[in-house]
Design a protein around this ligand. Structure first.
Ligand code: ZN
Length: 247
C-alpha cells in the first residue's frame, strides 16, 4: 500500500469560497464535513436569503440566453437555428429589469426591479426554455461546432430550483464544486439527506445534521472507505498539528 493519501482539507478558508454566506446551522455542517473532503472540492454556495434565490433564477435566465446567443453564431442547420430563435424570444418575453448583468455579478447583483411574482413566473419560462434547449443540444451539432466546454454548455440547461423548493434559505444546503462523483460519494457517506448533481456542482443537504461515524450515511461502501482515510489521517495527524501550530 504505497498509494499516496489524497490531500484533505485542513483550512476553512481553503474549503469555503469567501463569497459563501452562512448562518450557525451552515457553520456547524461545514466544521463537521471539512476533514472528509479532498482539496479539489470547494464549497461555492451556502445559506441564501429568498432574495438571493430569486436572483439565482435571473442568473440562469441570463446564462441560458447568452449560451443561446453563442449557439446562434454557429453554422447550425436551419431547423435547430429556428428553434433557438423561438427559445430566445420566449426568454426575452420574461426579462428581468435590468435585463442583463446577473451572469457576471456576485449573488444579488444587479438588483432586479421586477416583483417576486414575476420572478417566479420567469422560473417557469426558464424551466421550459432549458428543456427545449437541452433537446436542441442533443439533436444538433452544437457540441461539434462550439469551442466551448461541454460542461459550460450543460450549465445552461442544468435545472434551477423554484425558490420555495430550494433549501439554501434553511442553511443546511451546500453547493460543492470539484469532482462530482467523488463529492456525491463523500456527501452520502456523511449522511447527507439529499445529494443532487447540478452539473457545475453538487447540491447537498444535511437536514438531519452530519453523520461522522464511519458507519453513517446511506452509502456504506463510501463510509467504509472514509473510515480507512480517517486511519491514514490520524497517522499524519501529529505532523499536521505541528504544521498548523507554526503557521
Ligand atoms: Zn444548491
Amino acid at each position: 500500500m504505497t498509494e499516496k493519501p489524497v490531500a484533505m482539507h485542513t483550512s476553512m478558508a481553503e474549503f469555503v469560497d469567501p463569497k459563501v454566506k452562512t448562518i450557525p446551522t451552515t457553520d456547524a455542517i461545514l466544521k463537521d464535513i471539512l476533514p472528509f473532503f479532498p482539496k479539489t472540492a470547494r464549497v461555492v454556495s451556502g445559506w441564501l436569503s429568498m432574495d438571493d434565490l430569486y436572483w439565482k433564477i435571473n442568473f440562469h435566465w441570463d446564462y441560458l440566453l447568452e449560451t443561446i446567443e453563442h449557439c446562434e453564431t454557429l453554422a447550425l442547420d436551419e431547423q435547430p437555428l429556428r428553434r433557438l430563435v423561438t427559445i430566445r424570444k420566449s426568454l426575452l418575453g420574461s426579462a428581468p429589469n435590468p435585463a442583463r448583468g446577473y451572469r457576471q455579478s456576485p449573488i444579488g447583483l444587479p438588483k432586479d426591479q421586477s416583483s417576486h411574482e414575476s420572478v417566479l413566473n420567469r422560473h417557469g419560462v426558464v424551466k421550459r426554455a432549458k428543456a427545449d434547449f437541452a433537446a436542441v443540444v442533443k439533436t444538433s451539432t452544437i457540441h461539434e461546432l462550439s469551442p466551448r466546454d461541454k460542461k459550460r454548455i450543460a450549465l445552461a440547461y442544468a435545472p434551477v430550483a423554484r425558490p420555495a423548493q430550494g433549501k439554501h434559505s434553511t442553511g443546511y444546503a451546500l453547493d460543492i464544486k470539484g469532482d462530482n462523483l467523488e463529492i456525491k460519494r463523500i456527501a452520502r457517506s456523511l449522511g447527507a439527506s439529499l445529494v443532487f448533481d447540478e452539473v457545475s456542482h453538487v447540491h447537498c443537504e444535511w437536514k438531519n445534521g452530519v453523520d461522522t461515524t464511519a458507519s453513517g450515511g446511506d452509502d456504506r461502501a463510501a463510509a467504509a472507505e472514509r473510515a480507512s482515510r480517517q486511519a491514514i489521517d490520524s497517522k499524519v495527524g501529529p505532523m499536521r498539528h505541528c504544521l498548523l501550530r507554526t503557521a
